[in-house]
Design a protein around this ligand. Structure first.
Ligand code: GDP
Length: 304
C-alpha cells in the first residue's frame, strides 16, 4: 500500500484529466485521441512515448472500427504494460544481489538534490536487513555536506563507511572502499559519486577514473551503475538521464520522490526511452520508502 500511497497524486491528477478528456464522448475519435495525447504529455510520460502510445491506440481503433471511451482504461493499461515489459524492468521477485559477485559493487550517480544519499541509505538498510554485509564509500568529495550526510545514514543503518576529507580524490576513496570491503569480506559496496553536470567532460573523466581505479581492486567493477533521478522534476529527469547516459554506462535507474508529485508518468517514459531497467522507486522520506520496482505492481496500482 506504500506504492498506492506513493502514486496517489499522479493517479488522481491523471484520472481527473482523463475524465475531462472523454467527457460527453462515448467513442474514441480523433478529438479524444488529441485530448489523450495532452493528458499523457502533461503527466510527464514524455512526447516520444506518448506518441508511441497514441499510435498504438489509433491502430487498434482503425483495426476494430470502434472503441468505446469506457474501454480506454483497459487499453491504456495494456499498452503501458507492453511498454514496461519491453524495457525488461526487474520484478521484485526477480531482482536480488548476485551472490557470485562478492563484493557486488554499485556506483551511484546523479545530480545533487535528487535523493542520491537518501537512496543509498535506504538501499544499505534493505541489504543489511537481507543479512548482507554492506560498506559505503563517500566518493562525492566535492561537498562536505555530502560526506556528512552519508555518514549520518551509515550511523543510522549501522554500516561502515569509508571516507576522506573534502576535496580528496574520489578515485582514491573508491579504491580505499573496495580494499576495505574485500578485507572485511563484505557482500555489497555502494559508492556515492559527485553529481556535477555543468561540466560534462569533467564528470565523464571523473567517473571513468573512479571505475578504472576500482577495477584494480575488484575486476569488472562496478557491477551496477545506478542513476538516481528525481521523479518530481518531470522533464528535467529526462534531461539528466540523457546527459548521464552519455557520460557513462548507466545500468539501472532509481526514480525518487514519486510520493510528492503528480509527475509519476515519468517512470513510464523514462523506462521506454532509455531502455534501462528502473530498479527502485522512492515513495517517501522514511528509511523503508524505497521499493524494488515491479512493473506488474506499478501498473496494478496505477489502474486500480
Ligand atoms: P542528494 O543531494 O541527491 O544526496 O539528495 P538527498 O538524499 O539529500 O535528498 C534530498 C531531499 O529529498 C531530502 O530531503 C530527502 O529526504 C528527500 N527525498 C529523497 N528521496 C525521497 C522520496 O522518495 N520521497 C520524498 N518525499 N523525499 C525524498
Amino acid at each position: 500500500e506504500t506504492l498506492d500511497k506513493g502514486l496517489e497524486k499522479t493517479k488522481t491528477s491523471f484520472f481527473s484529466k482523463l475524465g475531462k478528456a472523454v467527457a460527453g464522448k462515448s467513442k474514441v475519435d480523433d478529438d479524444v485521441l488529441d485530448n489523450l495525447e495532452e493528458v499523457l504529455v502533461s503527466s510527464d510520460v514524455g512526447v516520444d512515448t506518448t506518441l508511441k502510445i497514441i499510435e498504438r491506440i489509433e491502430a487498434r481503433v482503425s483495426r476494430d472500427k470502434y472503441m468505446g471511451t469506457d474501454e480506454l482504461n483497459n487499453i491504456l493499461r495494456e499498452e503501458i504494460s507492453g511498454l514496461l515489459s519491453e524495457t525488461n524492468i526487474g520484478d521484485a521477485t526477480e531482482f536480488s544481489i548476485p551472490r557470485d559477485k562478492k563484493p557486488y559493487v554499485i556506483m551511484v550517480v546523479g545530480v545533487n538534490g535528487v535523493g542520491k544519499t537518501t537512496t543509498i541509505g535506504k538501499l544499505a538498510y534493505q541489504f543489511k536487513a537481507q543479512g548482507l554485509k554492506v560498506v559505503l564509500g563517500a566518493a562525492d568529495t566535492f561537498r562536505a555536506a555530502a560526506i556528512d550526510q552519508l555518514q549520518v545514514w551509515a550511523d543510522r543503518v549501522g554500516v561502515p563507511i569509508v571516507k576522506q576529507k573534502m576535496g580528496s580524490d574520489p578515485a582514491s576513496v573508491a579504491f580505499d572502499t573496495l580494499t576495505s570491503a574485500v578485507t572485511q569480506n563484505a557482500d555489497v559496496v555502494i559508492i556515492d559519486t559527485a553529481g556535477r553536470l555543468h561540466n560534462k567532460v569533467n564528470l565523464m573523466n571523473e567517473l571513468s577514473k573512479v571505475k578504472r581505479v576500482m577495477q584494480k581492486v575488484v575486476a569488472d567493477t562496478p557491477h551496477d551503475v545506478l542513476l538516481v533521478l528525481d521523479g518530481s522534476t518531470g522533464q528535467n529527469a529526462f534531461e539528466q538521464a540523457k546527459q548521464f547516459t552519455k557520460a557513462t554506462e548507466v545500468t539501472s535507474l532509481a526514480v525518487t520522490k514519486l510520493d510528492g508529485t503528480a509527475k509519476g508518468g515519468v517512470v513510464i517514459g523514462i523506462s521506454d526511452q532509455f531502455q534501462i531497467p528502473v530498479r527502485y522507486i522512492g515513495v517517501g522520506e522514511d528509511i523503508e520508502d524505497l521499493q524494488v520496482f515491479n512493473k506488474h505492481e506499478f501498473v496494478d496500482s496505477f489502474f486500480s
